[in-house]
Design a binder for this molecule. Structure first.
Ligand SMILES: Cc1cc2nc3c(=O)[nH]c(=O)nc-3n(C[C@H](O)[C@H](O)[C@H](O)COP(=O)(O)O)c2cc1C
Length: 204
């Protein structure tokens, strides 16, 4: 089980970072090979809509996204972790999402089959400061379409409200143990549908 995980917060050692590390600890302990990529430290240009991937399914921009395409192609599970910024994922995460347009073209226009020749799973981890009921509505839709573009079935999301200051996630009663357990379940290929803390797209 190969897991590639994207950390989308600019705050290194912040809440998303801590939550993602808990997930990866669980996954690694249960035998997965994991790679964490901090998007803040990469230079990933947003899509420039040049249209060149329309006929090739390959992005012509050459930056730190270039090797990431291969990492996604090889991955069995792709994890995206982003805090909520203005009811959205962060711009670092959004650049990654936009650059999956080349994958979308391959899948839906050129019909070259699943990205990297296989289907995979997508997991989303997110948190925000407020407690609004609709806090995650927009980003869940974005993730649905991102995961679809990279041939990942959106297996579920862990979503936490009321987490604001750096390190607040450590005070949450369940977040870190749940993330670690989810990592372990993903690594072992267990059925995630019965893992109660998980938001399963389309189920609620
Ligand atoms: C630019 C910015 C915008 C934010 N927008 C929201 C928001 O719309 N809703 C919310 O609940 N929290 C918002 N937050 C709060 C963060 O989601 C929260 O502090 C989170 O714990 C940050 O996670 P991190 O430590 O991983 O960066 C915002 C924070 C920043 C810096």
């Amino acid at each position: 089980m190969k897991i590639v995980a994207f950390h989308g917060s600019p705050r290194i050692g912040g809440n998303t970072d801590i939550l993602l590390d808990a997930f990866l600890k669980g996954a690694e302990t249960s035998g997965a090979s994991v790679e964490k990529i901090t998007l803040m430290s990469k230079r990933i240009t947003p899509c420039i809509e040049c249209g060149q991937c329309d006929t090739t399914g390959v992005c012509v921009l050459e930056d730190d996204m270039t090797p990431i395409y291969d990492k996604i192609r090889e991955a069995d599970t792709v994890v995206v972790a982003s805090p909520i910024f203005f009811y959205n994922i962060t711009s670092y995460t959004q650049a990654l999402v936009e650059r999956s347009q080349a994958c979308w073209i391959g899948k839906y226009v050129l019909k070259t089959g699943p990205y990297g020749g296989k289907e995979r799973k997508g997991i989303f981890l997110s948190l925000g400061a407020t407690k609004g009921k609709m806090l995650f509505d927009g980003v869940l839709r974005v993730m649905k379409y991102f995961f679809d573009a990279i041939s990942a079935s959106f297996a579920g999301a862990l979503l936490y409200r009321g987490i604001e200051k750096k390190g607040d996630v450590k005070k949450h009663p369940t977040a870190l143990t749940e993330a670690e357990e989810l990592g372990s379940l993903v690594a072992t290929g267990a059925d995630l549908d019965s893992f109660a803390p998980l938001y399963i797209p389309g189920s609620k």
